[in-house]
Design a protein around this ligand. Structure first.
Ligand code: TYC
Length: 111
């Protein structure tokens, strides 16, 4: 969002009057979606931490904090993204969990 006023100088009509102009960014922000991780009784804690590091770029400390939150509360937020990115992250986590035969569930909701 930029606002601009011209130089107030010559306007080409010989009056020297300035013309106010406004430029608005027309790019609309995408609707945000939260990616949620769900607790279960079988997925190892280390695997959840690995997912959070690998797919949500968390460091060990942040990943451990989110994993423990999910473990204790049942659900936790991995991050907020556009629908397309959120959907991709959910698929990546679910595919990786399936490959490793863990029942880990991940979903998304409108933020
Ligand atoms: N509750 C699991 C355990 O005790 C750990 C776990 C944490 C599983 C977070 C899933 O999203 C999850 N092994």
């Amino acid at each position: 969002m930029a606002e601009r006023r011209d130089d107030g100088g010559e306007d080409g009509n010989g009056t020297g009057a300035g013309i106010a102009t406004k430029t608005r960014a027309k790019t609309k922000q995408p609707t945000p979606y939260r990616v949620l991780m769900l607790n279960d009784d079988y997925t190892p804690m280390e695997f959840v931490v690995l997912c959070l590091q690998r797919f949500f770029r968390m460091d060990m400390e942040a990943a451990t904090r989110v994993m423990l939150h999910v473990h204790q509360k049942g659900v936790g937020v991995c991050g907020t993204f556009s629908y397309e990115v959120a959907e991709t992250k959910v698929s990546q986590v679910m595919d990786f969990a399936k490959q490793n035969q863990h029942p880990l569930q991940c979903t998304l909701e409108k933020a």
